[in-house]
Design a protein around this ligand. Sequence first.
Ligand code: CTP
Ligand code: CA
Length: 226
Amino acid sequence: NYFQTQTNTLSGETILITAGPTKEMIDPVRFLTNRSSGKMGYALAEEAVKMGAKVILVSSVDSLPISKDVQLIKITSAEDMYQAVMDKYQQATIIIKSAAVADYRPKQISQQKLKKKDGNLIIEFERTKDILLELGKKEDKPFLVGFAAETENIDEYAWSKLERKNADIIVANDVSREGAGFEGDTNIVTLYKKNHTKKELPLLSKNQTAKEILLEIHRDLKEGVR
Ligand code: CTP
Ligand code: CA
């Protein structure tokens, strides 16, 4: 019946979800981070559990409510997230990278609190590993979903990320739009898919957006896009 098919659509799937920002320590009391609440990733985790999936959530955020059925792995930095994801990816049939991963980290982490001095402070940053890009190169890669928060040229950037990272879907949103921001409970996203179609979702709650994304993944898997 309808209820059963709605609730068990993802039974048998193990979904690895990354959520929220990473934090890159500068010294023991300061870090560089991204503007991200983790709410979209948590909504995905919650809805995936409701649909019958086994869920592993890798996140620096542990203050949001979440089902006891979700296995939460708490991380801090992009490097931590990389290690946790590489450790778990083989258990996953689907990976959804909704995390806002720092692209750079301080080249040196000061062991002591930096003291202020006269003049400007210059910190050298180095690149972090691109987790999605690395996953896309794996021969045994699961179904890969990336996110992209943009402020301009959404189409162009989303299609190029889909291609470059060898993802199956890129979920893009224009964060300059009302209702698609960071801390809110709503989102407006467009799904960019491997077969070169795109699907625009209207303004929805993050939970409803999550459900639509998961149903789209389910449809692709049923059609053999693995
Ligand atoms: N991502 C990742 N590891 C990184 C950076 C990004 O896994 N070190 C993932 C994000 O979780 C997201 C996707 O890649 O699912 C796209 O992230 P985004 O920041 O939009 O793309 P970048 O490739 O970092 O490009 P830019 O920030 O320059 O737009
Ligand atoms: Ca980035």
